[in-house]
Design a protein around this ligand. Structure first.
Ligand code: CMX
Length: 471
């Protein structure tokens, strides 16, 4: 290594980094040191473009190379299309969408018990279905509603933990903090410390999961009222079901909003195991972390804009369209705005999917709800127009695999219509619902004794060498 120290002329030169493959194929770095060599950030700034090029080359030249049953593309492309997880509670078909224990969303709407005849399914019914694979009777669902209510008490220190955060902290940060504070009461952790045998793991997991599912609406509504309603908390109404009660504790007592909440919770519960939140929950739980730790981790994944935060982004984006073009936006204005969004390097939120290749049935059932209850809402009409205008534009981009709307494209305008207008809060609603899916699978993870998740990772250098040999 050549080493120059503090030579002012040299410090004006850019640092040069030369790679020399050594005998054992590792890389030695030959450096001419300048003042920028002493700064870690400058070093990275110089290294990143060359490594980005290296990755691009690897993808374009060797993407199709097989590594056993998978390809280099799959290793580099976020594991798309790679089957690698057992997930019992639901299965996603790219064209047809989600099936919960083999029932599609329209089938669930038909067979699951509702609060009133012909109404939306009660989320407790879906929880029963996810856990048992069986459609429950109304009596079973009512009993589960009561059981969840009896488990819904939240200790005072959970509220204090949330109150320690600034009111302006993102609602998802407050929610994940609340769930972490609930962890103090984990039955699984206590049982594990006492040496419970593996065959019994599922029982304290079941206790934790039901407690968690029962308590998250209470924590979530506390956060909503803390941030947006001067901290005026609304207690639970014991005559109501899970979804109706959540709507009530948030401050929305109209029967239509309660129906929307039941539908919203039902359709957001589960979307098989590979999505970021479900996979994170499953991964963390595989280390025998208890359900609270696992679910809090899942929430942090849900809070990303490419995943659950997209529902917030959609409403904010739709409102920015209205601000710029007015409520009666013409198709041409809309097209221009979409291109402006894309040309500024942003995604159109609410469109596209990692697995789906058709319009998300979760979008379609929300659209049907809107057609039934709010057909004249101007933002719903704008969402309908986007359904026509966005897909051809995304198709024209040439790289988007699915130009159709996903679940997040629709939920915001429904909530907004009934007065829940605070978009930054929307992902918390998604999180409350997802507790049912992630926890149902977690109980089965324990019952089936699923192992620690530990896939193999490799370096770019390993892949380059492998591809050379394969060629
Ligand atoms: N707007 C603009 N570009 C898009 C796009 C969209 N809605 N959807 C995909 N693309 C782009 C991708 O960014 C990618 O571009 P680069 O190659 O330049 O990185 C390219 O098209 C290919 O992506 P893809 O294979 O079609 O989609 P991915 O599986 O990589 O990503 C998703 C899926 C959802 C992250 C992506 O479609 C997206 O960013 N959508 C907008 C955000 C959104 O609605 N997320 C919510 C999804 C549902 C949920 O999890 O809640």
């Amino acid at each position: 290594m050549v080493f120059f120290r503090s030579v002012s002329l040299l410090s004006k030169l850019r640092s040069r980094v030369v790679q020399q493959p050594s005998l054992n194929n590792s890389v030695r770095w030959l450096q001419i040191q300048t003042s920028s060599d002493l700064d870690l950030h400058s070093q990275l700034k110089e290294l990143i473009p060359e490594q980005q090029e290296r990755l691009k080359k690897l993808k374009s030249e060797h993407g199709k190379v097989q590594l056993g049953n998978i390809t280099v593309d799959m290793v580099l492309g976020g594991m798309r299309g790679m089957t690698g997880l057992l997930w019992e509670t639901s299965l996603l078909d790219p064209d047809e969408g989600i099936r919960f224990r083999s029932l599609s969303i329209p089938e669930c709407q038909k067979v699951l018990p509702s609060a009133k005849p012909g109404g939306e399914p009660l989320p407790e019914g879906l929880l029963w279905l996810l856990l048992t694979g069986k459609v429950p009777s109304k009596e079973q669902v009512d009993a589960l509603s009561k059981e969840l209510q009896s488990r819904a008490s939240v200790p005072e220190y959970v509220y204090k933990a949330i109150d320690a955060l600034p009111v302006a902290a993102h609602p998802m940060t407050q929610f994940a903090t609340g769930v972490m504070a609930l962890q103090v009461q984990s039955e699984f952790q206590k049982a594990y410390e006492k040496g419970i045998p593996k065959s019994k793991f599922w029982e304290p997991t079941y206790e934790d999961c039901l407690n968690l599912i029962a308590r998250v609406p209470v924590v979530a509504s506390y956060i909503y009222r803390r941030i947006y309603k001067d901290g005026q908390i609304i207690p639970m109404d014991h005559s109501l079901d899970y979804g109706g009660n959540f709507s009530h504790m948030l401050g929305f007592d109209s029967p239509k909003m309660q129906e929307l909440m039941r539908l919203y919770i039902t359709i957001h519960t589960d979307h098989e195991g590979g999505n970021v939140s479900a996979h994170t929950g499953h991964l963390v739980a595989s280390a025998l972390s208890d359900p609270y730790l696992s679910f809090a981790a899942a929430l942090n994944g849900l809070a990303g804009p490419l995943h659950g935060l997209a529902n917030q982004e959609v409403l904010l984006w739709i409102k920015s369209v209205v601000d710029e073009c007015g409520e009666n936006t013409t198709t041409e204005q809309l097209k221009d705005y979409i291109w402006k969004t894309l040309n500024s390097g942003k995604v159109v939120p609410g469109f596209g999917h990692g697995v789906l290749r058709k319009t998300d049935p979760r979008y379609m059932c929300q659209r049907e709800f809107a057609l039934k209850h709010l057909p004249d809402d101007p933002l719903f009409q704008l969402v309908s127009k986007l359904f026509e205008v966005v897909p051809p534009i995304l198709t024209e981009l040439g790289k988007v695999k699915n130009p159709w709307p996903n679940v997040d494209a629709h939920s915001g305008v429904l909530l907004n219509h009934f007065g829940l207008t605070e978009a930054r809060y929307y992902t918390v609603l998604f999180g409350v619902s997802r507790s049912m899916g992630i926890c149902s699978q977690l109980i089965w993870d324990r019952a089936l004794g699923l192992p620690l998740e530990r896939p193999k990772s490799v370096t770019m250098e390993w892949l380059e060498n492998y591809c050379k040999k394969a060629a």
